[in-house]
Structure formats: C-alpha cells, structure tokens
Design a protein around this ligand. Structure first.
Ligand code: GLN
Length: 202
C-alpha cells in the first residue's frame, strides 16, 4: 500500500470524536470532514449519529449534499450510524417534510422507531458476519423497515420486544447501523467497515 487508508468523519454535527477514536483504533488515519473539497482525498467516510434533520439542513447549507450524493454514487465507502443510517437511506418514514438524504441504500428506514419515549437502551444483536453476539447501544434509534433485493441484513435484535428488527445493513460499499458502535468500546463493526474501505482501495 502506498499510503495509509484515510477515513473521514462528517463533522457537521453529532458524535464525531468517538468515531475518530474508533477508526484510529482500527488502524486507519481518521480526519474530520466539513468541506466538499475534502471528499476527494478520502478512502471512506463515516456519517455519525446526531440529529438527521439538522445534519441534512447543514449539509444543504454547506453545499455538501450533492457532493456527498455524487461520492456515494462514485463508490466512496460510507458507514452511517443512527442519524447517519437515516442519511444513507433512499426512503425514510417519520422524517420532516423537507428532510433530504444522501441516499444510496435501497432501504426504508423509520426514524425514532423504538418509540420516542425510549430515549436509549442496550440490546444484544445477532450479527451474521461476526458469527457472535454484539452488545449494542441505541439512542432514539431508527430501524430498517424494508430492504431491497441487493441489501444484506447484517444484524438484527436478538432479545426483547424488538427481537428480529433489522438494525444493520450493507449494500456494496455502503454500511449502516441504527445503533452506536463507537460508544461501547468494541471496534468490530468499525473493523467490518475498514475491510470494506480496504477492499475498495485495492
Ligand atoms: N433520532 C435521531 C434522528 O432522527 C437519530 C438519533 C441518533 O443519531 N442517535 O436523526
């Protein structure tokens, strides 16, 4: 490899720092990204959790929405967590009237799906790719209500009332989770993304 893999974290709003730390722990150079010109130097991009309506507005204001859409179309690997998952969805339920997304994932994502009153909770997940349980943290999380034919279901809830709900998906170079893998000190999901980035770069 001629240069270390460089992965950005969209830093308009949300939990940017935690993702930067997880990416560094997964062995890549991690940088915050705020301007369209920065996209060209990246091997991958994380869209963090936060508030998708705000993120969408800021992306529009900073002239990032179209460049992000183009980068996703051009094959830049992207990993969206929670609000970031909503940003990658082609269709959303429970969004605001003017809420725009980057899109690229052929899924329907429902915002605040576990109930608005359920602020945050933890649950064990079945993660097909890892072959073992992953303990996940959800914060006002969406879930995936429907997936297109090219979408791989990566994780479902393993216990409790939401058992079976889809909470992680992958479609080619795009990965998304409704939970926050950056806050539980377990880098395995970030490592899955770094593998996607590495494959795309080689
Ligand atoms: N409920 C938020 C939204 O709709 C997502 C929450 C999160 O990212 N933790 O954007």
């Amino acid at each position: 490899m001629t240069h270390p893999l460089r992965v950005g974290v969209l830093a308009l709003q949300g939990d940017v720092r935690e993702h930067l730390a997880m990416l560094e722990a997964s062995g890549v150079e991690a940088v915050p990204v705020r301007r369209a010109e920065e996209l060209g130097s990246l091997d991958g991009l994380v869209l963090p959790g936060g508030e998708s309506t705000t993120m969408s507005k800021l992306a529009r204001t900073f002239d990032l929405l179209e460049p992000l859409r183009q980068a996703a179309k051009d094959g830049l690997p992207m990993f969206g967590t929670c609000a970031g998952m909503i940003m990658l969805a082609d269709r959303i339920e429970g969004g605001t009237a003017d809420q725009e997304t980057i899109g690229g994932l052929d899924v329907v994502v429902r915002r605040n799906a576990f109930g608005r009153q359920v602020d945050s909770f933890e649950a064990d997940l079945d993660v097909a790719r890892l072959g073992e349980v992953f303990h996940a943290m959800f914060i006002r999380a969406p879930w995936v209500e429907g997936v297109g034919p090219d979408v791989e279901v990566v994780a479902t809830v393993a216990t409790g009332p939401a058992t079976g709900r889809i909470v992680a998906v992958r479609q080619g170079h795009l990965l998304a989770t409704s939970f926050h893998p950056e806050v539980t000190g377990d880098a395995r999901i970030h490592e899955v993304f770094v593998e996607i980035v590495r494959d795309a770069a080689s």
